[in-house]
Ligand binder design. Structure first.
Ligand code: NAD
Ligand code: FES
Length: 278
């Protein structure tokens, strides 16, 4: 069993942060890797990317949005409750090398994953520029943490309630098309698929290498079931064992969005039934 030692609600309760005691995973996990958890004996397996680790306390922290029945149940757990199974670290870790300037773009709950990845690139000596976006000010997470990590941070909100008025792609355009822009060696984008698709369309025009973190539906997370398949450069790849990071310019986002939408309806229905059953 893995006890929960901290729980916070973020973004007006739209997101939940939980910190779990898992010393063996904390010791091994690298930025960008994920865990699969099962809340109880009959629970489904949920893949979640780790936002922080704390080696001194042997803990990992995950930040997630309540989308379906299982994330609603996970979000309802309290400090002192425990998670039945936790498997990880999973996924291929990035090689964090010194490239120069790395621009990290995070949307909504994707900012948590972005923060951990940028920690890896920061530790390798890169200059970090962050662009984070949310629909409105109250939905923005980890602004202070990103400010502390990045040499420059641009915040954008869709409704203009805070920071720049617009999408993260508008912020990227401003950054790249200003007078005497600094060269960008890598862009990393984490957030909704439509956001990552839009970022990649933009960076392709600018010819900037772009890495995306994908979170397709996963079942076994061991490369056996094929649920997490994505088309990258015309080849089928399994995000659980060959990802979750891929060259964004090679990803078939349209196909992935279509597949994810199929399950989105089921997630909403299962959440509705679980609320009614209470
Ligand atoms: P959201 O819909 O509120 O969007 C967040 C921001 O993304 C917006 O403020 C905007 O700046 C940008 N954005 C959205 N659509 C865009 C578009 N078409 N073009 C350009 N920019 C756009 O995000 P949310 O509701 O918080 O959802 C977060 C998403 O991130 C979820 O879909 C979740 O699955 C995903 N996520 C992915 C990972 C990962 O590892 N890949 C991790 C956590 C969350
Ligand atoms: Fe089954 Fe990746 S989740 S192959």
């Amino acid at each position: 069993m893995y006890p929960i030692i901290d729980r916070q609600e973020l973004a007006k309760g739209n997101m939940v942060l939980i910190t779990v005691e898992a010393p063996q995973i904390a010791r091994k996990i690298k930025p960008g890797q994920f865990v699969v958890l099962r809340i109880n004996e009959t629970g489904e397996r949920i893949p979640l990317t780790v936002a922080y680790k704390d080696l001194s306390h042997g803990t990992i922290t995950i930040i997630f949005m309540v989308i379906g029945k299982s994330t609603a149940l996970l979000g309802s757990l309290k400090v002192g409750d425990a998670i039945k199974d936790l498997v990880g670290p999973l996924g291929i870790t990035e090689e964090f090398t010194k490239l120069g300037t790395v621009v990290g773009i995070g949307g909504g709950s994707g900012i948590a994953v972005l923060h951990h990845l940028l920690q890896g690139y920061g530790a390798a000596g890169n200059k970090l520029v962050g662009i984070i976006g949310a629909r409105e000010r109250d939905l923005l997470i980890l602004e202070d943490e990103m400010k502390n990590l990045c040499q420059q941070l641009i915040v954008a909100t869709d409704d203009g309630s805070y920071g720049m008025h617009g999408l993260v792609t508008d912020a990227l355009k401003t950054l790249v098309e200003r007078d005497n822009p600094e060269p960008i060696d890598l862009v990393i984008a984490v957030g909704p698929l439509v956001m990552m698709r839009a970022v990649c369309q933009q960076t392709k025009l600018y010819n900037i290498k772009t890495l995306v973190s994908l979170n397709p539906v996963m079942v076994d997370a061991t490369g056996m079931c094929g649920a997490c398949r994505v088309s990258v450069g015309g080849r089928t790849r399994f995000a659980c064992v060959e990802g979750p990071h891929f060259d964004g310019h090679q990803v078939d986002f349209d196909e992935l969005i279509q597949r994810n939408n199929t399950y989105g309806r089921d997630e909403k229905t299962s959440l509705l039934f679980s609320i009614r059953a209470k």
